[in-house]
Design a protein around this ligand. Structure first.
Ligand SMILES: Cc1ncc(C[n+]2csc(CCOP(=O)(O)OP(=O)(O)O)c2C)c(N)n1
Length: 299
């Protein structure tokens, strides 16, 4: 008789192979094209819904692209496997970025996103586990790192090989719960945990350094016992190299400061706090798509 353990093991190997097959086809050029396509979809669904967090979704999309298409072992096929990697989006308001990536990965039909922010839809303005592929409900800032720390502790206790990734915003960082988790993650030597900060230097009302300055982020996390690296959060190759180097130090949690631009890819949105949750009008939407098409053609 075949034991459940053997069946689980075989399933895991099969899922890993499926995953490797999917990601091995993605070249840097493919990923750049994908980011461009994702940006257009973020804008399309926010425009259709008349709601959404535009700037922060455009700033983190290259990070999500590389994570889902090159780094993490997460797919619709393995989403109920205890061995899958975990992704928890702490800056939950940028859910539109996550939705377009999950749709592309086949977690749900892309047409579902036509219901974004409509009455009765689960595709609301923040992540909810009612949507397939979402690991944790987030949106109240400061929860992703504590949840990820707990998940990474569970992984260590269970002798699992999965890794935990969480995406924070620089405006989110002052939440006290982050610092408690930062302390614990180092204490428990969670080298299976990677936190990434989408360091776009803006938050909801202005510059992060004016609202609540957390600089120098690298020195602070290092002093808490983390291993820290900086990366250009829009450079696909640099992101791949940085993620490939995980864990940066054995027995230490890894922290990536991704330098990004809020509203990246659309000239009038870039570095403009107005686009934190701005919705483009018809003419602005057309211009944005045009600019993204031009950028891809020029590549
Ligand atoms: C606990 C909590 N306080 C306040 C808010 C309101 N809020 C939503 S987004 C945001 C700014 C977040 O800034 P940042 O993390 O830098 O996000 P990004 O600029 O990347 O979009 C705030 C204060 C919230 N969602 N949760």
């Amino acid at each position: 008789m075949i034991s459940n353990e053997f069946l689980n093991l075989s399933m895991n190997i099969y899922q890993q192979r499926l995953f490797i097959k999917t990601i091995s086809k993605m070249t840097e050029k493919d990923l750049i094209k994908k980011s461009n396509e994702y940006r257009k979809n973020i804008l399309k669904y926010i425009y259709n819904a008349h709601a959404g967090h535009t700037g922060g979704s455009l700033s983190c999309i290259d990070i999500l692209n590389v994570l889902y298409n090159h780094v993490m072992n997460i797919s619709p096929e393995n989403f109920s496997s205890p061995d899958r990697d975990r992704y928890i989006q702490s800056k939950g308001h940028s859910v539109e970025a996550l939705f377009v990536v999950l749709a592309d990965k086949g977690f749900f039909p892309e047409s579902d996103l036509n219901t974004l922010c409509k009455y009765g839809s689960h595709y609301i303005g923040h992540p909810t586990r009612k949507v397939k592929g979402i690991e944790q409900n987030t949106g109240a800032l400061g929860h992703g790192l504590p949840i990820s720390t707990g998940t990474a502790i569970a992984g260590k206790l269970d002798n699992k090989k999965f890794r935990v990734f969480t995406l924070l915003g620089d405006g989110e960082l002052p939440e006290g719960s982050n610092w408690e988790a930062a302390l614990l993650a180092a204490h428990y030597r969670l080298d299976n945990l990677c936190a990434i900060i989408d360091n776009n230097k803006l938050q909801i009302t202005g510059l992060t350094i004016d609202v609540c300055n957390t600089d120098p982020i690298d020195a602070k996390f290092e002093s808490f016992g983390w291993s820290v690296k900086h990366v250009d959060g829009h450079n696909i190759n640099a992101l791949i190299e940085t993620f490939n180097a995980l864990p940066f130090t054995k027995d230490k949690p890894s922290f990536i400061i991704a330098h990004t631009i809020k509203g990246k890819g659309v000239s009038y949105m870039e570095n403009n706090v107005k686009w934190h949750h701005g919705v483009p009008n018809e003419q602005q939407f057309a211009q944005a798509l045009h600019e993204l098409d031009d950028a891809l053609a020029a590549y």
